[in-house]
Design a binder for this molecule. Structure first.
Ligand code: NDP
Length: 375
């Protein structure tokens, strides 16, 4: 068996090195769905540094960021990162491959990789400045990759990494929560029926928190099914009034933004370290419209102003962001294999129907995740 696996790994590694082209959905300019182009002739990535792993993509999933990036969102900041990574050699970012989640199999490893070998089943959230998973192959640093939960298929696994990395970064780094500090904590999730929300409910319940959520009426069964304790239908009546009647919260995770941040701060327990964390910040749109430096400064000043005002009222105001983190996914993998977190896949599309998957996501009202089976 060991000899056979060795042969298979050598073969995979050899064929990956020989392969020079791969199939992918690319964009050559920013725009609407019409810019998505399928090609069999993208140059396949290969191992460029000692810590890289090359992954054959089995499944990918879409996030709202893919739609935004297709239209050019974040391009100034992501191009800066791309240019830093390629030491300024790349004049153009195109063709760009979208897709921030991957579940697949390792086919080659850099000489310094210690945690993975060819043949390993892995999952990862791909940073937005790297080429994405709507392709046959993707390269990542081994620190961005994790062993996929053995209890999940590739389709199921691809639905988790990006929302998991985002939720963990927002709840832990910005919200100050962790698995040992959640018991007796009251958390409110605004906009809980999509990818980040359905994952966050399950994570917080696994950690012992009490979870209240807002969602549309027809998502109540879904959010209760993954563990929400209290559910407020934001489409029926006055959501502010209904939430205001509940006991106050230790942490609020806002997946919707807009008006919410002006009034939900009053739902936090004052002078107790309570935190509001929003995933909807103006940072990238400001750098897009004003340029990198002015956009950073403008966003930084706006953030400081709101944060100081709220600190005077005894609560913290923070921005949450996705952060690439393989070890964090190891922890999620354990929770998944222990049955504490289930994937929530709403729709699956074959690789030939990527534009239809984008259309589905653009329609809004997500109830979990949209996954693309690449092989
Ligand atoms: P999804 O599209 O999967 O889910 C959004 C959900 O919010 C939908 O189920 C939608 O359903 C619901 N919703 C919309 N309006 C409201 C409302 N007023 N009140 C309650 N629920 C509402 O998105 P994700 O979960 O993947 O991401 C959530 C947000 O976080 C997005 O805006 C995304 O761009 C952002 N994000 C930011 C990141 C960062 O690094 N800062 C990283 C990842 C995500 P319905 O309309 O039917 O109610």
């Amino acid at each position: 068996h060991t000899m056979l696996m060795g042969c298979v790994r050598r073969h995979l590694s050899f064929s990956a090195r020989l392969q020079s082209n791969m199939p992918a959905w690319v964009i050559d300019q920013y725009g609407n769905n019409g810019v998505l182009r399928f090609t069999e002739e993208v140059i396949a990535p290969s191992i460029n540094s000692a810590s890289e792993v090359l992954i054959q993509v089995h499944a990918a999933s879409l996030n709202p960021l893919d739609i935004a990036m297709r239209g050019g969102y974040g391009s100034k900041l992501f191009n800066l990162k791309r240019n830093l990574m390629s030491l300024g050699q790349n004049a153009s970012e195109f063709p760009i491959i979208l897709g921030r989640d991957v579940s697949g199999v390792v086919v080659d490893c850099g000489s310094g990789v210690t945690h993975f070998t060819p043949g390993d089943e892995v999952w990862a959230a791909i940073p937005p400045w790297k080429q994405g998973s709507l392709a046959g192959l993707v390269t990542l640093s081994e620190y961005e990759v994790s062993h996929k939960p053995s209890s999940l298929s590739h389709t199921e696994a691809a639905s988790v990494p990006y929302v998991a990395a985002t939720a963990l970064s927002a709840l832990v780094n910005a919200g100050g929560l962790n698995r040992d500090s959640c018991v007796d904590k009251r958390v409110l999730i605004i906009g809980a029926s999509g990818g980040v929300g359905t994952f966050s409910i399950q994570l917080l319940k696994a950690w012992g928190a009490h979870v209240t959520v807002t969602c549309s009426h027809n998502a109540e069964g879904l959010v209760r099914g993954v563990g929400a304790d209290d559910v407020v239908d934001y489409t029926a009546g006055d959501v502010a009034d209904e939430l205001g009647q509940l006991e106050k919260f230790d942490v609020i995770l806002d997946n919707v933004g807009g008006d919410y941040e002006h009034w939900v701060m009053a739902l936090l327990k004052p002078w107790s370290g309570a935190k509001y964390v929003t995933l909807v910040s103006p940072l990238l749109s400001s750098t897009d419209s004003m340029g990198l430096l002015e956009g950073w400064v403008h966003s930084g000043l706006a953030l400081t102003q709101v944060a100081v005002k709220n600190m005077c009222n005894g609560v913290f105001y923070r921005w949450g962001f996705y952060a690439p983190d393989g070890p964090v996914l190891d922890e999620v993998s354990r929770l998944v294999d222990a049955g504490k977190i289930l994937p929530v896949v709403e729709a699956t599309f074959p690789f030939s129907n990527v534009p239809q998957a984008f259309e589905k996501l653009e329609g809004g009202h997500a109830r979990g995740k949209t996954v693309i089976n690449v092989v």
